[in-house]
Ligand binder design. Structure first.
Ligand SMILES: Cc1cc2nc3c(=O)[nH]c(=O)nc-3n(C[C@H](O)[C@H](O)[C@H](O)COP(=O)(O)O)c2cc1C
Length: 400
């Protein structure tokens, strides 16, 4: 009888440990290997802002801090979202819009909605399927996946998971030019449809959560690990140090000469820089402040969008990111000059919470939310949104 109770207790203890690992994805043994989520299911989304709190429970502390964190006081990061409240959308009635058309195209690729995935390092911090899982979800959602060269799946695995769905490859130029040429050729061969050259990270922003957590990547970043430096066990600043940090317009020209694919210059926050990038050959520009992860004290990305769009004057398409969380944000960014917008953190949180199906749930939510905003604002399609004039929010009493 005593033996039976001991065996029963042992079985129950093992079952409890398995349950804890699966449900909370926390390393329950101190010092155990990093445990990313293994979930694979649709998730219920009431508000994209909720995803961060939910993901905080299942992504290990260091990884979560790296994903969520902004630079220094995080004011720029916070303003990225709150700046959308500086303008309002006029509700419009009697416009006969019941089923708006969300489809659009960018650089010759048709997409189901004007929202794509921004490049972000190391999705493996959030889910064991890493970028391959994200790629499956994005392909099912009918939009574009941008892939960081600091991805934790290989470019080939991600291309295979996407099964022909559109993907763009993002590069931080390496100091090793042979590596640059080789990886761009590899991306071309695998069917990636554009090269994103990120230019806003000549040095990593001062991300205090990474410093506090002494965060080091617990996994290899296979696309850059072999040729340049080892990545497992390194912090982001060490990894950044392999990248070329003195970028000039000549580097945009160099990348243009390395590929026949369109080159998108990512990280533009000033109209003059947009001009320079276009002069150097950019086929599109990507207005972004890196999700507030670089220069704290910079304006929100949304605040600078109209002046940049005015200067670009439709010479090239504009992709916009930083702070997009809801349909009204997508609408306001497009009405302010963006052709499409991109999302960063919410995709990684959705991946952690539901794997590829979590990513599908996020895009389903955004499609429904944007469609509702378009109906209430009287916009039948994305071209209509571009014609809409937003109303600056002002103090009612001072303006009357
Ligand atoms: C965890 C994380 C990793 C990122 N890694 C990269 C990267 O490797 N390359 C890049 O160009 N941008 C990177 N970004 C910036 C995103 O592409 C994008 O600009 C930003 O996330 C948009 O802001 P949002 O997260 O508020 O949507 C990263 C962002 C996050 C949150």
């Amino acid at each position: 009888m005593k033996n039976f109770i001991i065996i029963l207790c042992s079985i129950l203890a093992v079952l409890l440990i398995v349950w804890l690992v699966v449900h909370f994805n926390r390393p329950i043994i101190p010092g155990a290997e990093y445990q990313a989520s293994v979930r694979d299911e649709k998730i219920k989304i009431y508000d994209v802002d909720d995803l961060e709190k939910q993901a905080a429970v299942i992504i290990p502390v260091g990884g979560f801090g790296y994903i969520r964190g902004g630079a220094e006081t995080e004011q720029t990061m916070e303003r990225n979202e709150s700046a959308f409240d500086m303008v309002d959308i006029y509700p419009r009635v009697l416009m006969g819009v019941a089923e708006p058309d969300l489809r659009t195209s960018i650089l010759g690729t048709d997409i189901a909605l004007p929202v794509i995935v921004a490049p972000a390092a190391a999705h493996g911090l959030a889910h064991i399927s890493a970028e391959a899982g994200t790629a499956r979800g994005v392909a099912e959602s009918g939009t574009i996946m941008s892939v960081s060269n600091y991805a934790s799946s290989t470019l080939a695995e991600i291309a295979q998971a996407g099964q022909g769905a559109p993907q763009w490859f993002q590069l931080y130029l390496s100091k090793d030019d042979e590596f640059n040429k080789k990886i761009i050729k590899q991306a071309e061969k695998l069917g990636y449809r554009a090269i994103i050259l990120t230019v806003d990270a000549p040095v990593g922003g001062n991300r205090t959560s990474d410093a506090r957590n002494d965060f080091k990547f617990p996994l290899e970043l296979p696309n850059v690990a072999k040729k340049s430096i080892k990545t497992k066990g390194q912090g982001i600043n060490t990894i950044f140090s392999a990248a070329q940090n003195e970028l000039t317009p000549y580097d945009v020209m160099r990348v243009k000469a390395m590929t026949k694919l369109p080159v998108i210059v990512k990280g533009i926050q000033h109209p003059d820089d947009a001009d320079v990038a276009i002069w150097a050959g950019a086929d599109a520009i990507w207005v972004s402040n890196h999700g507030g992860r670089q220069l704290d004290g910079a304006p929100s990305s949304f605040e600078v969008l109209p002046e940049i769009a005015k200067r670009v004057n439709k010479r090239v398409p504009i992709i916009f990111d930083s702070g997009i969380r809801r349909g009204q944000h997508v609408f306001k960014a497009i009405a302010s000059g963006a052709d499409v917008v991109a999302i960063g953190r919410p995709v990684i949180y959705a991946l952690a919470l539901g794997g590829s199906q979590g990513v599908v749930s996020l895009f389903d939510y955004l499609k429904a939310d944007l469609a509702r905003v378009m109906i209430l604002a009287g916009a039948y399609n994305v071209e209509d949104i571009k014609q809409i004039k937003l109303r600056p929010r002002c103090d009612f009493y001072s303006s009357h």
